[in-house]
Design a protein around this ligand. Structure first.
Ligand SMILES: [Fe+2]
Length: 271
């Protein structure tokens, strides 16, 4: 599997927290007792542990985790799991992830989001002899559902989206609904805040549990709280970080990670 870099730098994370908490630069410097120029330097990429340690508690961030990101010391362990494949496709100036999950016993499969180009997933399913029965949508941002029409046409699979953020022409479910896929079970949790009704899909039955989280959490960061930063943070803490530590997190951008690794290394969640 290709190594995918972390989605966010420590400066991105500080920016997300400041925007989310609506704390302006000058107010943050004053509250932290930090010189404005020093804070600006930190925000410009010149890391100082002293400055980071002063502002981090006001932003609900972990300074040691920011430090590790600044020094590029954090990369989640690579994940190999029978029944899970990740597809990372270029979209504008970034890349986006989509996932194929299958029951190795029955070869029944489901797709989570489409990414910019679903042809890799379609080819992989054909090569493995999988039958794609469902297409699940995490949220409706364009990069995640860009290739939906083609994927639906090629597979004939049922397409599902959550009732708080429905996609036209799909089957709409109430979050909390679950499905069986061979011997696997797929449960849903509401993880809104980045978008109005984002859904996290939790798959159990493989060697490790899998959580397909959309843009709720990234390795080392989280999605921007475009709709509600407070809700995004709360949903992440309550609905994702409470899953078992070995749970594989499949984010919409950046590399695969796990609940355990994020609980130790993600500045938003590390204690
Ligand atoms: Fe998004």
């Amino acid at each position: 599997m290709v190594t995918i870099p972390l989605e966010d730098s420590y400066t991105d994370i500080i920016g997300k927290a400041m925007r989310g908490l609506q704390i302006e630069h000058n107010a943050l410097a004053a509250q932290a007792g930090v010189d404005g120029a020093k804070l600006q330097a930190l925000c410009d990429g010149e890391f100082s542990l002293d400055t980071a340690a002063r502002i981090a508690p006001l932003l609900g961030l972990n300074a040691a985790a920011l430090h590790a990101l600044a020094e590029k010391r954090y990369a989640p362990a690579s994940v190999t799991l029978d029944g899970l494949a990740m597809f990372n496709t270029p979209f504008e100036d970034m890349t986006v992830n989509a996932y194929l999950v299958w029951d190795p016993a029955t070869n029944e499969a489901a797709v989570f989001d489409t990414g910019a180009d679903a042809s890799g997933m379609i080819d992989e399913a054909r090569t493995r002899g999988l039958t794609i029965k469902h297409i699940f949508i995490t949220h409706t941002h364009g990069d995640h559902i860009f290739d939906l029409d083609r994927l639906r046409e090629k597979t004939g699979a049922a397409v599902w989206s959550g009732n708080r953020e429905p996609v036209d022409g799909t089957n709409v479910f109430s979050v909390g609904h679950s499905w069986h896929l061979g011997s696997l079970k797929i449960d849903t949790r509401l993880t809104w805040g980045h978008s109005p009704g984002g859904v996290t899909y939790v798959v159990t039955g493989l060697a490790r549990p899998v959580a397909v989280v959309g843009d709720s959490i990234f390795a080392g960061s989280m999605g921007g709280g475009k709709v509600s930063y407070a809700a995004a943070l709360k949903c992440n803490v309550d609905e994702i970080m409470t899953l078992m530590p070995e749970t594989v997190i499949c984010p919409g951008h950046g590399p695969l990670t796990s609940v355990g690794e994020e609980s130790r290394n993600n500045p938003f969640f590390a204690k």
